[in-house]
Design a protein around this ligand. Structure first.
Ligand code: MG
Length: 316
């Protein structure tokens, strides 16, 4: 479905800004609380948090993060879920969101209603109030950017820093083929898993996979080390080859590091009891950068998704 219409009467431009805001609040329904804790004042007001707070921002842009094959319901949900995946990657839980729209006045009323319904449904599922936003006009564009606030679920948050030589590297789920399979809109952010992992002291570092393992994993690598990955161990989506599993991106899975000094079989057993439906795979460990086996995957020979690189065609 196309976000745009050629019929002025069916476009958001026919409403003007004030009416559009009224409609958006109606579409969001209970996901949009009234001011001072929500929409209707200069800022939304949040209660003080007793734990460390998290903040992240990610957009969905027409022609870049979705195209006409994706339903507006799924686009709205994806906008929130991309951000939820980042909160999950720290072991946090979401608390509130604001949404900034940039759109052509010829965006269709029906399309935008479905977009907000998808966002509202996802927000309700995760108990995230949409507490504010902004609308700007720009020709030929539909882009929505969501800023998500969250907080730690316990005394600890997990960051990308903390892995050491000998630590084991794990990923959840399967990798690759996200766009082809529709996973990029169907995925479930790993919030419960991330929060549980943050409570395990033997987990040292974590992140989510958005640009592909080849590009993302180096961020977890301790100084002087390399990841030694067993190519046969990389969990692939059916139909995806190794290169796709490493570089396609939009996996929205967790990659994390378990201390090499603990009993990994015990940890794996605890995981399978807690999350029996979620596949967990040890893909390798961190070794000194002189000892990496020639059989291991050389991540530098694979290219993850590079932002801000000139390219011939838009990524779908
Ligand atoms: Mg991330």
């Amino acid at each position: 479905v196309q976000p745009f219409t050629n019929t002025l009467a069916e476009s958001v431009g026919a409403w003007g800004e004030a009416k559009l805001i009224t409609q958006i609040r109606r579409w969001l329904g209970s996901a949009s609380p009234a001011s001072p804790f929500g929409v209707g004042d200069d800022c939304a007001v949040l209660a003080p948090a007793n734990r460390r707070q998290l903040i992240t921002v990610d957009p969905v842009i027409y022609g870049r993060h979705f195209d006409d094959t994706v339903s507006p319901l799924a686009v709205g949900a994806k906008l929130l879920k991309r951000n939820l995946s980042d909160i999950a990657a720290m072991g946090g839980r979401p608390t509130a969101a604001v949404v900034a729209l940039t759109l052509d006045p010829l965006v269709s009323q029906t399309w935008l209603r479905q977009f907000y319904r998808g966002l509202a449904r996802c927000a309700a599922d995760h108990r995230v109030p949409i507490v504010g936003g902004d609308i700007a006009e720009s020709p030929g564009i539909f882009a929505a950017s969501l800023t998500l606030l969250g907080q730690a679920t316990g005394p600890r948050i997990l960051t990308r820093v903390g892995a050491r030589l000998g630590d084991r590297i794990y990923v959840t789920g399967v990798l690759g083929g996200s766009l082809a399979s529709g996973h990029h809109v169907k995925f479930k952010p790993r919030l419960a898993e991330g929060a549980w992992l943050a409570a395990q002291p033997e987990i040292r570092a974590m992140m989510d996979l958005s640009d592909g393992l080849a590009k993302d994993l180096p961020a977890l690598c301790p100084p002087g080390c390399d990841p030694a990955l067993d190519p046969a161990a990389i969990p692939r989506r059916p139909g995806a080859d190794l290169a796709q599993a490493l570089t396609d991106g939009e996996d929205y899975e967790l990659v994390f590091v378990l201390s090499g000094r603990v009993d990994h079989e015990r940890f794996e057993l605890a995981w399978s009891r807690k999350f029996p439906q979620v596949k967990l795979t040890c893909i390798g460990n961190f070794v000194t950068n002189r000892t990496r086996s020639i059989l291991a995957v050389d991540l530098k020979s694979f290219q993850g998704y590079e932002h801000l690189q000139p390219r011939r065609s838009l990524r779908r």
